[in-house]
Design a protein around this ligand. Sequence first.
Ligand SMILES: Nc1ncnc2c1ncn2[C@@H]1O[C@H](COP(=O)(O)OP(=O)(O)O)[C@@H](O)[C@H]1O
Ligand SMILES: [Mg+2]
Length: 302
Amino acid sequence: MTDSLLQGFSKPVFSKPRDVSRALQPAVENALPAPLLQARSVTLEYATRHQVVRATHRVDLDVYEGDRFVLLGPSGCGKSTLLKAAAGFIRPVEGEFVLRGRPIRAPGPDRIVVFQEFDQLPPWKTVLQNVVFPLVASGRLPRHQARERALHYLDKVGLASFADVFPHQLSGGMKQRVAIARALAMQPEILLMDEPFAALDALTRRKMQEELLRLWDEVRFTLLFVTHSIEEALVVGNRVALLSPRPGRVRAEINSHEWDLTSSGGTAFQAASQHIHRLLFEEEAKEPEGAVEARIGMGGRG
Ligand SMILES: Nc1ncnc2c1ncn2[C@@H]1O[C@H](COP(=O)(O)OP(=O)(O)O)[C@@H](O)[C@H]1O
Ligand SMILES: [Mg+2]
């Protein structure tokens, strides 16, 4: 097991997304399809009044269609910043994000973000209105079709019977389900999720991971998922990029398609988790220059 795990470690490595449909297979044997989303040497910085904070340093990523690609790293290593740059909210100071070969310069309906916070749904709109609104506002669909599609995706997340209630009447997990339905209803090229289950209790979190995987099996979207939990990364992802502490760099990339919720208690899974933990933290002493603030440990809210 350890051997096969170790073989999975390289930087960067291409792995075919699990169960990818034939249509997505490369036409020529051994030829790689073009990545859907690429980070090309992406450096991201925040300029504060007193200093420039480098959040990531020359990050390269290739996300392929159908991937469940996870960015894993300790709090403060630049995961959210990378996701925001992929969404088009932040521009790199160096390098670029590219979607289907086109540089990302602004937010767009082809990249939808689901955040950690439960307050991402306008509280004055019902569940259904919350899902319909972006479809209509972005001009994707006329209202009656938007309603139909919204109900379809609410049904997929098990909330069709809650269409007419308001967000405050829902639990945290249900709110996240609405946010996921709203995002999927837009049928984006890529779904971006920033620690979407981090604020949920452990049981609900596990259930949401299970549901996300079931949804992926049904809908086959491409996912870029951020977490600071090693277990969540292994369960949710088919590929995981390990980021070093700030400024975030890709330390290694692993194939994680063999793990799911059923394997998460097992010894092989534990060994894999420990191996990743070592990879993430063993080189702490050799931290690159450029980190200005004290590093924040793993385990806090990302
Ligand atoms: N708006 C901001 N202004 C200044 N620094 C920021 C800002 N947002 C994030 N940072 C800093 O950038 C680094 C990366 O942050 P972030 O991407 O949120 O990390 P993560 O999501 O991995 O926890 C952190 O050190 C954080 O303090
Ligand atoms: Mg974060």
